[in-house]
Design a protein around this ligand. Sequence first.
Ligand SMILES: Cc1cc2nc3c(=O)[nH]c(=O)nc-3n(C[C@H](O)[C@H](O)[C@H](O)COP(=O)(O)OP(=O)(O)OC[C@H]3O[C@@H](n4cnc5c(N)ncnc54)[C@H](O)[C@@H]3O)c2cc1C
Length: 185
Amino acid sequence: MDKKQVAIVGAGVSGLLACKYRLSKGFHPIVFDTEPDIGGVWAKTIKTTTLQTPKTLYQFSDFPWPTSVTDVFPTGQQILDYLRSYATHFGLIPHIQFHSRVKGISYDGPSSETWSLWNGTGEPFPPEGKWNVTVESTQTAITQVYTVDFVILCLGRFRGFCDSMPGKIQGCSKHTGIPYRKRAR
Ligand SMILES: Cc1cc2nc3c(=O)[nH]c(=O)nc-3n(C[C@H](O)[C@H](O)[C@H](O)COP(=O)(O)OP(=O)(O)OC[C@H]3O[C@@H](n4cnc5c(N)ncnc54)[C@H](O)[C@@H]3O)c2cc1C
């Protein structure tokens, strides 16, 4: 079978999930992340940050928290460890390319319909047409173009949010109305 290539941008929770499920469907995913590690925001939170959501509501349906994590609101480090275990357990790490910033994405192929539909054709994998993903190494500044059949964006909403903490930008210590430091230990 022709293995479809799927580019996934971002190796946070969303990107890991996207990668796991693409693999389970027999696709060939390649995940790009600017950072040197998985985890997205959880790789960047300050030490005292804990989950605000009870852990039972913040877990992979097919990979429960380890019994060693007894707190209802695990720490950022525990979350990161959990994500690493997930990625290792499902063999995701070899599919992730770190230090890789996606700088541009373009579609090369016929598009017969409006762009509110996938690929402009309404088909996830049109018979013709590919996506060109331009990726720059943050280590060497070398740019490479990857040609794939489908692209999934898992960029996150809070990029830069953690970098600005604590308190460099007014209001930045709050998220969904709950002050982070109230959960500080
Ligand atoms: C401090 C903090 C506490 C939070 N607490 C909770 C909580 O208790 N409960 C809850 O449900 N949610 C919480 N969230 C929300 C959290 O963002 C999500 O739960 C989840 O971790 C988001 O994952 P993600 O993969 O969508 O995005 P992210 O974790 O942001 O990952 C996106 C990834 O994309 C990469 N990326 C972005 N652009 C590019 C590019 N151009 N090229 C390559 N890579 C790129 C980034 O480097 C990053 O690794 C919290 C967020 C923050 C910041």
